[in-house]
Structures are given as structure tokens and as C-alpha cells.
Design a binder for this molecule. Sequence first.
Ligand code: SAH
Ligand code: SF4
Length: 346
Amino acid sequence: MDDTQRTLIEKAERAHRLSEEELASLLADDAAEEAMAAAADRVRRAFVGDEVHLRGLIEFSSYCRQNCMYCGLRRDNEKAQRYRLTPEEIVALAEKAKAAGYPTVVMQSGEDVWFTAERLAAIVREVKALGLTVTLSVGERTREEYRALREAGADRFLLRIETTDQALYERLDPGMSYENRVRCLADLKSLGYEVGTGCLVGLPGQSVASLARDVLFFQSIDADMVGIGPLVPNGDTPLGDVPAGDMRLVRRVAAAIRLLLPEANIPATTAMETLLPGARELMLRSGANVMMPNVTEGEARQKYALYPGKACVADTPAHCRACMEGRIQAMGRTVGQGAGGRRRAL
Ligand code: SAH
Ligand code: SF4
């Protein structure tokens, strides 16, 4: 790494600002990786501390009306195994998550039309009554639907922008519009949700300049959470034959996100672990401060197949919780107490 790169990393660590060109030059540089990760780790510690927050992930339906080219749940994938948990089953999983010590649950699904805002709102009310923080990740909805869910008590929402390259987005997510995705994020923010977004790394045709613009986009919308992950090719999708996302690039993008959004919650995601065993620890040392262990049980856990080789697919929720806690403590970090929401220091 040359001195220019070193100076850029110092600037990012101090001022949390970089231009698109500066960011792209760091993202393009394998040699900058360790220094970026070390700087991101210091920023993580200074702004969000040593706690690692655990979110219990409930994957409650594998039906989807969308057709994203990379995703195993896409509607044209005839090999996808579809399931839909009942509201009672979802609430029961939330109860178990609470009993296992998770303060937050993330309820995620394909864009399943059975779950109208009304049905979802009723589930959210029950889960909120357990005293849990509720994050939804159910895709694109109207402002009115987002409002109803917020009024039912949903606290947070995860909706990745996937890529800020509009042409690439519309090619890979046929039938979806980039403009509507951005509208969703703006609506969620203005309705008072903590908003999580993020991107996929390794999309065909994606450049480092485009990834740099993704990071600047997260900063511009003041994202509260940013979850990124490598593309993991799924053989049952049109992108089955493309190379997997480069984990070294993923690590630089994650570090860049911590440097530019020092207060954000950043998960070490399962897709990373799928490509690189040990990736979660590596990412927790490179800027990340959140993990989202799966609390879905039984067959549903296997059937929710966005991509193949999902890590820990055979584990039970209780085993996951214990395993995560052990890993976190072994790193000299602590399991987060409380809801672990966005902190504001700047
Ligand atoms: N339907 C909702 C939530 C479920 S999909 C939505 O799309 O927002 C959650 C995330 O899985 C997506 O945002 C996408 O980034 C990721 N994903 C889908 N297919 C993937 C693949 N093949 N590799 C890695 N991540 C994938
Ligand atoms: Fe559906 Fe989400 Fe998969 Fe797209 S990424 S096909 S919206 S589950």
C-alpha cells in the first residue's frame, strides 16, 4: 500500500468522509485491506463499543412475487420449496427467541402476498406484546402499509438497495424499479423506522466505483443499519454460473461502511460465513458489530434457500445462541444487552 492510500484511510478514520474516487481507489486495492479493517475496528470500538448485538432471525415464508435473478426464492424457480408459517407459529418462534435471550427478532420473508399489512400488523402486535424489538424485512410495500406496520409497533426495517447502479438493478430485479426501492427507504425513514439497507457484492457488471457510490448512498440516507454480503451463486437461478462475490472485496466494503458511517449497526452476515468459514469473526474485527442467528426451526430452515450452502442450516436455535455467545466471548467482546438500537454520537 502506498502513502496516498494510507493518508486516505487516516482521513476516513478521522473525518468519516471520502470522495467517490478516493473510496473507489481503496476498494480496488487488495493491499489496503488490513489497514482499512484495522481502522474500521478502531472506529467500531470508539462509536459502538465492544458489544455484539444478536438478532433472532425468523424466516417465515419462502413465497415471493418477485423474480430477482440471483435469489432462490424468485417466483420462476420451480425447484424452490415453498412454505408459509402460520401467525401462531411465527409468534411461537418469537417467544422461543425471547426465552433464549434475544431482545430483537427480525421477521424476514419473500414478498408473500398472503401476508397483507393487516395480517402482518396483527402478528407484529403480538410479538411486541412479548417485549421484543421487532425488525421487518418483507420487501416493498406502499407507504400506507409501512405506516400500518409502524403503528402496530414495528421498530426497524431491512431493505437492501442491492446496488445503486439503476440499470444493473433493473436488469437483475426484473419488474422492479430502482425509483420505487428508493421511495420505500425514504418512506420508512420518514415514518420513524430505524432503517437498514445494504448491497450485494459481486453482481455481474458491478464495478468498484459503483460500490463506492453504494457506500456514499448509505451515508446520504443516514442508514441506521447496513448489511452487505457476497453474491452466492444459486444454481437454480439465472445467475447460477457467475463467480461468487470476492470476500476480500466484501471485507473492504464493510470496513469502508464503518469508516463512513461510524454509528451504524453492521452485521456479520451468514452469506459471508457460507463462502469463508470464520468470516463472521473476521468481519466482527473489521467493523461489524451485529450477528443475526437463525431461530427458524425444522424444515422451514432448510427451505428458506436464498442461496446454497447456508451456514449452520442444521443447527437448533438454542445451539446457535450458545455457539454465538462462545464465539463472541472468545474474541474478548460481549453479547449486547438491550435492544442495541442506533446510537447517536455525531
Ligand atoms: N424479500 C425481501 C427479504 C428477503 S431477501 C427483500 O428482498 O428485501 C433478503 C436478501 O437476501 C436480499 O436483500 C438479497 O440481498 C439477499 N440475497 C438473495 N439472494 C442472494 C444470493 N444468491 N446470494 C447472496 N445474497 C442473496
Ligand atoms: Fe423475493 Fe427478496 Fe428473493 Fe427478490 S431477494 S426474489 S424480493 S425474496
